[in-house]
Design a protein around this ligand. Structure first.
Ligand code: PEP
Length: 249
């Protein structure tokens, strides 16, 4: 299965979102393709009611780690279930950097998502400074060990990991296939060693960071890549369609 996740961030009005969905009515989605869109919270309900025959699945961009209570402005997994949301992005670098989400909070969110049977798309990745200082693997190790600390082996198996180097997000500079492959391999072996008793478990790892129709083919050619998480290029229906169809052109 190959995953194509559209993270719309804080973009798209109701009308724009429905124009996008209209476009995808004519885009066939293969049996081994999983296409997921992550619109803003306010769009989850109307979109969930209008999916019809569309094979696109719904993700939230975030959620809080409690069921309910005095948490003004937060969105609980119960609200996401109301909207038939199947996935939730957790630990996106914009949440970590702009909204100061730390690994501890992220680990609680991951646990809570599983309580409600929502599959987390768990983002990890290093900043440019960390990469320059050879800290990439240390950073990823910390994000994984604390992030996953509350989860069972079978929960970890269900996660969709997304390696998103922060320096590649929204910058137009994507990681080279070699750079992405090196980190994907590291994530896989770290998980095997620390969570799967060295068994060769097939975890799902996506790449995210300036993916476009022009670089998708190269990126998808690396060995351990199960798909992509796309920001900017997912806002334009035609470019997201070309990303999904990268192998058919
Ligand atoms: C993202 O938002 O996760 C992302 C990868 O954005 P972009 O594709 O714009 O770099």
């Amino acid at each position: 299965m190959k995953y194509f996740v559209a993270n719309w961030k804080m973009h798209k009005t109701y009308i724009e979102a429905f124009e996008f969905l209209e476009h995808f009515k004519n885009v066939p989605i293969g049996l081994n393709e999983c296409v997921i869109i992550a619109p803003s919270f306010t769009l989850l309900w109307p979109i969930s009611k209008s999916m019809g025959e569309l094979k696109i699945k719904l993700s939230a961009q975030n959620m809080y780690c409690e069921d309910k209570g005095a948490y003004t402005g937060e969105t609980s997994p119960i609200h996401l279930k109301d909207c038939n949301v199947e996935f939730v992005i957790i630990g996106h670098s914009e949440r970590r950097n702009l909204f100061h989400e730390d690994d501890e909070l992220i680990s609680k969110k991951l646990k809570k998502a599983f309580e409600y049977n929502i599959t987390p798309i768990f983002c990890i990745g290093e900043t440019l400074e960390q990469r320059k200082n050879n800290l990439t693997f240390d950073v990823i190790s910390k994000q994984l060990s604390i992030g996953l600390s509350k989860l069972t082996e079978s929960e970890i198996y269900k996660i969709i990991f997304a390696y998103e180097p922060v320096w590649a997000i929204g910058t137009g500079i994507n990681a080279t296939p070699n750079q992405a492959e090196e980190v994907h391999e590291f994530i896989k072996s770290f998980l095997q060693k620390n969570f799967f008793k060295n068994e060769d478990i097939n975890v799902k790892i996506l790449y995210g960071g300036s993916v476009t129709p022009n670089n998708i083919k190269d990126l998808m050619s690396i060995s351990k890549i199960d798909g992509v998480l796309v920001g900017g290029a997912s806002l334009i229906p035609d470019s997201f369609e070309r990303i999904i169809k990268f192998n058919r052109e």
